[in-house]
Design a protein around this ligand. Structure first.
Ligand code: HEC
Length: 143
């Protein structure tokens, strides 16, 4: 009779196999981790197909032109959006009146006694006969 006693062989075998089993389990866990899965399916960045010197959307593009009423427009009309929202219009006096009423009802800070002055300014600069508005080209959103 030589070697390990019979009863010990399965125990030794188990001790040997346990670390291997643990290793296999952990490595298969890792390959199934969401991190790796995401890495595999992550999209490649789209190729740049625009002029990267273009300003980003939201850049302040236009100033209100000088003249009586500019300070009113600066005070009341660039709180929520840029001046471009107004400078690209070609509205009649009736339309500007309605527009200012709409914006004031939304919270534009226009003193009641300055309202007519602001409307006159808007009609003068952005009326039906005003020069054609040329929009500034911006980069695609988020790029
Ligand atoms: C409280 C925020 C706010 C203020 C202040 C504001 N606006 Fe606006 N304006 C908006 C929003 C929001 C829009 C776009 C949504 C829409 O048109 O329904 C808009 C749109 C516009 C438009 C495009 C046409 C339209 O009605 O959509 C014009 C022109 C305009 N604003 C002019 C002005 C002028 C002139 C002033 C100053 C008297 C002004 N805004 C102040 C929120 C504001």
């Amino acid at each position: 009779m030589s070697g390990a006693p019979r009863g010990r062989v399965p125990v030794l075998l188990l001790l040997l196999l346990l670390p291997i089993a643990a290793f296999l389990a952990s490595s298969s866990d890792a390959s199934a981790s969401p991190k790796r899965a995401r890495k595999k399916t992550a999209k490649r960045a789209a190729p740049v197909d625009f002029d990267t010197h273009l300003p980003v959307l939201g850049t302040k593009l236009a100033e209100f032109p000088a003249g009586p009423g500019k300070s009113l427009a600066d005070q009341g009309c660039v709180f929520c959006h840029s001046a471009d929202m107004a400078t690209q219009q070609h509205l009649t006096e009736k339309q500007w009146t309605a527009e200012v009423t709409k914006m004031t009802s939304w919270g534009a800070d226009v003193p009641a006694d300055k309202r007519d002055e602001l409307i006159a300014y808007l009609v003068k600069n952005f009326g039906p006969e005003s020069p054609r508005y040329v929009p500034v080209v911006t980069r695609p959103v988020g790029r």
